[in-house]
Design a protein around this ligand. Sequence first.
Ligand SMILES: [Zn+2]
Length: 435
Amino acid sequence: MALTQTETESLTKAVDGSMTLAEGLFDRLATETADGGGVTRASYGDGEQLAHDMFAESARDLGLDVTTDLAGNAYYTLPGRDRSAPQVMTGSHLDSVPKGGNFDGAAGVVAGLAAQAAIKAAGIEPARDVTVMAIRSEECSSWFRGRHGGHLGSRAALGLMKPEELKNAVHLGTGKTLGEQMAAYGLDPEKLMAAPPHLTAQDVAAYIELHIEQGPVLVSAETPVGVVTGIRGNTRSRDGRVLGEYTHSGAVPQSHRHDAVLAGAELLTALDRETEAVLAEGGDIVFAAGKFGTDPDMHSLSKVPGELNFTLDIRSLDVATLTRMRECAESAAAEIETRRGVQFDFGGFGVSQPTVMAEDHCRLLHEGCQALGISAIDIASGGGHDAQEFDRIGVPSSMIFVRNDHGSHNADEAMEIADFALGTRLLAWMLADAL
Ligand SMILES: [Zn+2]
């Protein structure tokens, strides 16, 4: 059932009215978690806690129902007509990377609260409960070393966290394990592990997350809003190595060398060509060798490099493309090995599956853009998000991206409040009745 035109108009006005609340929250957050030009809101740390306290207070002021779960995630609920029906959820994370930007994560929670305030102010009673989830520890890979499955807050809420993660993940700031770190903020991780999941696919009819875009696509397309079609999966080599032979860089003829760096460079060139081919076919692909270097204790100006260490991070929306790239790396390596007398070791390729966003949501998002006069384009998400965890347990999930300059995870994130208002209009339209 769609909103009437009058309802849509009053909702739009109400969203614009709730931008005062939004700007107030953004400003307070930026001031109170300021750190070296950016903001620091550590996962299960002081900055994150401060944000949770601030948002809970704001949600109570709006007359929303405020609860938490055993992992410390918070829920702000606007009651719907049928309180027993599965709820519609939105939200995002309140933590940040160290010295990060003010909008990555927080924008989704602020948008949720602003949308709830607007739905209320417009006098619309949603069919189901509309809940904003303020999620813990999405940026955990910046805060916890050791083996863990990422997205700790949402995975804990959805029953996806494994008990060993509480011990294996160690906080980089405090040296405490995840379990100890949670306990320091009044949580009981053992109780969390013993309890059934706080959220199941039966409790949640839909999850939709608003987030700033983390790349330059919307800025260069001069478009304020993106409808996310999927979240890229990846295949990665974390400990890639090429073994050649250290030797004199003047005395040994080129034909007698086993140069590890040249072999590695050839591998990257082969992957670069394959990337171009995938793109020319209209496919989705990005790749980088973020680490690529010789051992400083062994290398020298006058030595042929005998060893190279590298990483490969290959991402795509399409699992077949990930396989194709991995096969390309392996066959190129085999050919280079024979020709150059070197040895490649990829250390095993890890694989994370891509997430395809709910088709119905994407269709509704485009309908919403049309009804609201918002120009939007389809866009892939290169970074991971909590939405993929909801998708993983079978909750229809989607994302709205808002134009943002200078990328994210840095102090220079630049989202215009006018663009944020458009994204929030669309979110409110989805939450009020569409989902
Ligand atoms: Zn984020």
